[in-house]
Ligand binder design. Sequence first.
Ligand code: K1U
Ligand code: ZN
Length: 173
Amino acid sequence: MTIRPILIHPDPRLKKVAAPVEQITPELRQLGEDMLETMYDAPGIGLAAPQVGVLKRVIVMDCVKDPEEEPQPMILFNPEITWASEDLATYEEGCLSIPEQYAEITRPAEVRARWIAPDGSAREEHFTGLWATCVQHEIDHLDGKLFIDYLGPLKRQMITRKMAKLKREKARA
Ligand code: K1U
Ligand code: ZN
């Protein structure tokens, strides 16, 4: 397994709509495994393929934060929201492509999502709590949307400028 570099906003690849996966090949299964390793290493609770520069509809998640609990790694191909609750929930979200920036984002509190598992089987599950927030955040990445796109233009611009500066400093180092 390989830890892949995570793209930092602003990057045009983070604004593109990712293409559906046509067939689950060994390379795509490897991508999923690499993404999980990259996510755990970061550390984070989710990661979408565009964040590692691959414009395919693949996400990974594990929202079990307690180290005493059994990890629940998930690899989802072509994930789609099939139902969203009218109830909303607000979480302080972060993003591995926007390091050290956090904002309260309101989304449906519960969702159902369907996807294809690495073994090719079709899955559908009801997500609540942090899992519901995370699956929506990751599917947004596949549609070229970042959590800062839910903020007002001033806050979004401020964060984008900070990130551009951070990238310039990193490039010089
Ligand atoms: O997609 C990403 O950029 C990953 C992101 C997912 C996410 C976080 C919060 C709400 C919704 C989606 C992260 O994992 S940011 C890091 C993070 O949340 C975390 C890091 C260490 C321990 C626990 C959480
Ligand atoms: Zn993110």
